[in-house]
Design a protein. Structure first.
Length: 103
C-alpha cells in the first residue's frame, strides 16, 4: 500500500506530460519531443537513479534535493530520443521505475 501512495503522489506531479500509465510498481510516461519537464521523488531519503545513456546528453538532465531527506527533483530540458528509458525513484522504503518514451 505504501508503494501505491508514493506513486499516487508522483502521478499527480507529472500530469503536465502528454500521457501516462502508472501502476504501484512504476509506469510509462510519454513526453513530447523537445518538451521541458520535471518529476518529483517524494519519500524518506529520496534519490534518482539514472541509467547510463548511450549518447552523452547529461547536460540536459539534472537532479536537485529540494527538501533535505524528503524530496528530490529530476529535471529534463528538451526531451529527445537519447533520453528515453528507465529512471528510478529510490527511497528508504521503495523503488519505483518510470520509463520515459517519446509520443
Amino acid at each position: 500500500m505504501k508503494n501505491f501512495q508514493d506513486l499516487f503522489i508522483l502521478c499527480l506531479l507529472i500530469t503536465a506530460v502528454s500521457s501516462m500509465t502508472i501502476s504501484p510498481h512504476g509506469g510509462y510516461v510519454s513526453i513530447d519531443e523537445g518538451a521541458d519537464f520535471y518529476v518529483e521523488c517524494i519519500g524518506p531519503s529520496p534519490k534518482w537513479i539514472i541509467a547510463k545513456r548511450l549518447i552523452s546528453d547529461t547536460a540536459r538532465i539534472s537532479t536537485q534535493s529540494v527538501q533535505i531527506n524528503r524530496k528530490s527533483i529530476l529535471t529534463i530540458q528538451g526531451m529527445s530520443s537519447s533520453l528515453v528509458g528507465p529512471y528510478l525513484c529510490q527511497t528508504n522504503q521503495s523503488v519505483s521505475t518510470i520509463i520515459l518514451q517519446l509520443t
